[in-house]
Design a protein around this ligand. Structure first.
Ligand code: SAJ
Length: 420
């Protein structure tokens, strides 16, 4: 069978390579000519472990994966284009719409159309189906249409594509069943069949669940600061209860999923999705809260120097998308004569980046730990203390050993801990 995948990004490309490896003839389509040309030469533009070898050594070399800027006739069409969020916090669906339109001229009875992009509930039924009905045959009868959301985590995409469970939501049962046969070629996890809107909502709710729980932890952190107790201790002991799993507070929520997807529900139900919206706003407010803590610690921020340790959106990766630490950096930039230096061994270039920790700490008035990269475990803070103008630390992840730092003469502050 032949598969045409529209969108050669983080999801479309690995998915294409996986199908190509499992016996399908795959055409990868992208509007970006550079992406298409390099793919045809076996080179990929995205960073992902093992993907390079799979694309270059296997599927491009043996001719099972080809790329083009134009769609063609195929048995299966998979749409994996971006659905970014706009300024007004609604989903930008232009790419899904354009991709759907682009395949209509090639559709024939018996074809399958699968949306993989994370989308607001109702996208398949209300955006795609009206376009697909422009085909000159009975689409409900003869076309198999479904949503099968991607749920892989960057860094482990090729493993999770195979091992994760999958949801396939069809416009009818037959659609879900037919599409399942295709994915079953490589998915080892369980495959669950449902309707398209349910599948859309599952994907959004998984990330919303996490976002809301993190918001709860962040609210707890701020309450504990006012109460003069330690939120991390509250979380630790509450989680001894068999039915409680409080999440971890932090400087905010980043990444391209948790900080975005909940808005796709809010956009459709602005009056009803109250908790979801409040959770987003609570998490978005955390960089401001950390900024406030820094100001309280230093009295005034004007003319001071702040060193930031770790700036990616989560530990041990190089991804900066929506990082709350960078939001904090932006807030600090607005302060008169304040100097910010970032030290993060995962980042190659960014504004205020220091070449090493020593440079970042030189004459700093405060060190803010933004992300708990594992490599930070062995930093000899005692030896570095004298480099700082004032040895003050604000830990936003409960990562550092506060007791030992205090014993070494640091003034150690922790997000979520009030000092009574
Ligand atoms: N965070 C906290 N406290 C916590 C957990 C996380 O503050 O207790 C923060 C992290 O620091 C980070 C943000 O949340 O800034 C998001 O990190 P994450 O590890 O929760 O998730 P992502 O965005 O890397 O990936 C998520 C995953 N979704 C779920 O776990 C439900 C992944 O499985 C999805 O495939 C991915 O979103 C996606 O593409 O939707």
């Amino acid at each position: 069978k032949k598969i045409c995948v529209i969108g050669m990004g983080y999801i479309g490309l690995p998915t294409s390579a996986m199908f190509a490896k499992h016996g399908f003839q795959v055409l990868g389509v992208d509007v970006n000519e550079e992406v298409v040309n390099s793919l045809n030469e076996g080179r990929i533009i995205i960073e992902e472990p093992y993907l390079d070898a799979l694309v270059y050594e296997e599927v491009v070399k043996n001719g099972s994966l080809k790329a083009s800027t134009k769609a063609e006739k195929a048995d299966v069409f998979i749409i994996a284009v971006p659905t970014p969020i706009k300024e007004d916090k609604t989903a930008m669906m232009d790419y899904v719409e354009a991709a759907t339109r682009s395949i209509v001229p090639f559709l024939e009875p018996g074809n399958m159309v699968v949306l993989e992009s994370t989308s607001p509930p109702g996208t398949v039924e209300n955006l795609m189906m009206p376009i697909l009905r422009e085909c000159p045959f009975d689409v409900e009868e003869s076309l198999y249409v479904a949503h099968s959301p991607e749920r892989v985590i960057p860094g482990k995409i090729l493993i999770e594509l195979v091992e994760n469970n999958r949801i396939i939501g069809g416009i009818n049962r037959k659609s879900a069943e037919e599409v399942k046969k295709i994915y079953a070629s490589f998915v080892k996890g369980e495959i669950f069949l449902t309707d398209a809107t349910t599948a859309e909502m599952c994907k959004l709710m998984e990330n919303t669940f996490r976002d809301v729980n993190i918001a709860l932890a962040n609210e707890l952190a701020v309450i504990c600061e006012q109460l003069g107790i330690n939120a991390w201790e509250v979380i630790k002991y509450s989680n001894k209860h068999p039915r409680v799993t409080l999440h971890q507070p932090g400087p905010g929520v980043g990444g391209h999923c948790l900080a975005v997807d909940p808005w796709f529900i809010v956009e459709k139900f602005p009056e009803t999705a109250k908790i979801i919206r409040l959770a987003r706003e609570t998490n978005d407010a955390m960089p401001h809260h950390v900024f406030g803590r820094a100001r309280n610690i230093l009295g005034s921020l004007a003319g001071k120097k702040i060193a930031i340790l770790g700036a990616t959106y989560k530990p041990d990766i190089d991804d900066l998308r929506e990082s709350p630490v960078l939001e904090l950096v932006d807030l600090l930039e607005e302060v008169r004569d304040l100097e910010v230096r970032i030290y993060d061994p995962f980042i190659l270039s960014y504004k205020h980046l220091a070449p090493d920790l020593e440079t970042a700490l030189a004459d700093a008035d405060l060190l803010v730990l933004g992300v708990n990269h594992r490599v930070f475990e062995n930093i000899p803070f005692g030896e570095l203390k004298s480099r700082m103008r004032t040895p003050k630390i604000l830990d936003t992840r409960n990562f550092l050993d506060g007791e030992s730092l205090r014993a070494q003469g640091f003034e150690y502050h922790l997000l979520g801990e009030g000092r009574g």
